[in-house]
Design a protein. Sequence first.
Length: 263
Amino acid sequence: MTPSELDARFAFAEALVREAGALALDYFRRLESLTIRSKGLQDMASEADVGVETMIRERIADAFPQDAFLGEETGRTEFAGDQGIWVVDPIDGTQPFVSGMSSWCVSIAFVQGGKNRMGFVYAPARDELFTGGEGHEAQLNGRPIHIKSAGSVKEGLVAAGYSTRLPPETFLPAFERLLKAGGMFYRDGSGALSLAYLAAGRLVGYVERHINSWDCLGALAVIEAAGGQSNDFLADDGLWNGNALVVASPELYPALEAMFFQD
């Protein structure tokens, strides 16, 4: 894919994530009227999730019919070869969303040729848009952002994601090691937004034993543009099946990886 083709998608997606965020915010302002259902333990969905994803999916299909699509709520289209694919979470942090909290966001990523080309994370209730990708610096509301360089977990907060897809025993030993090393955890219900905060230098790390692609790829593109380091999330079919995730500055990454994946 040529740089101009990628640039066209970047400009399109930056406008689209704002439009999607405005629609999500409209739903958020009338929570009392929404239909909400449970997809599993601590896993909620509402008509807002489906409505926002449907809008995003239709806009992409109109603008780039040659591209594939993967969304948390509506699934995937046919995908083959070197085709580009959009990876979307319409509302990451649905539990905070339905609880009337502001820690939720819209996440959009574009993957092509086995590479995460660009990402967009928009938290409309906080009016914060994080963007970045190939040929585009990491930005927050149009201003450059950078990973915070930290040599130790003592120098800031580490976001600790947890999914009920895995038993607590897979998470608790590493969590204990973090605290004993003088670190402190952070969690607000949205993996994508926490990762975006890492890109902006507000956090020093992020760890999770298993996270889905739509929850992280948008922010991971911003993190890469901001100078961060992560494990190869797309390895071993991470796009379709999810993967473990460790992210930090290059200085902190080796220690954080060892801390969370030594057992």
